[in-house]
Design a protein around this ligand. Structure first.
Ligand code: HEC
Length: 115
């Protein structure tokens, strides 16, 4: 009886709010980016995914267009910045976290390293 009551109280508890919940969200984003590093990208697959989603702005062979040149861009070696930019976007650069899987992004990254 006591246990049921305590479970009910837990289920009725309001979601965390305030600075604490932002801390948790940031931590979860960090873990997700860290997990993405563990993926092995397949360059062959990444070529087609880049073609369909990124080429319009970043140009043929990622050599630049509306968006900056990504081939040989130092950001390719700064994995945290690369993932942050692609997952969540930056300025006019759209976010891809709801469009592409982390495997898709790892594949694009692997292909970009071959440019
Ligand atoms: C609608 C146009 C557009 C599309 C589509 C697009 N980007 Fe971008 N991207 C940009 C712009 C513009 C920037 C520069 C953002 C800024 O002002 O910092 C950018 C920046 C970047 C950067 C950071 C470059 C740097 O030097 O800091 C990376 C990496 C990147 N894009 C990768 C991608 C990938 C991968 C895709 C496809 C999944 C993609 N972009 C699709 C427009 C686009």
């Amino acid at each position: 009886m006591d246990r049921t009551k305590s479970l009910r109280r837990q289920m009725a508890a309001p979601p965390l709010r305030g600075p604490d919940s932002y801390g948790i969200a940031a931590e979860m984003a960090r873990i997700s980016v860290a997990a993405a590093f563990m993926l092995v990208g397949m360059a062959g697959r990444g070529a087609g995914i880049f073609e369909n989603n990124c080429r319009a702005c970043h140009g043929q062979s990622a050599s630049g267009g509306v968006g900056p040149k990504v081939a040989k861009n130092p950001i390719l070696k700064q994995q945290d910045l690369f993932w942050e930019t692609v997952l969540h976007g930056r300025g006019p650069m759209p976010a891809w976290s709801t469009v592409l899987s982390e495997q898709d992004i790892a594949d694009i990254h692997a292909w970009l390293l071959t440019r």
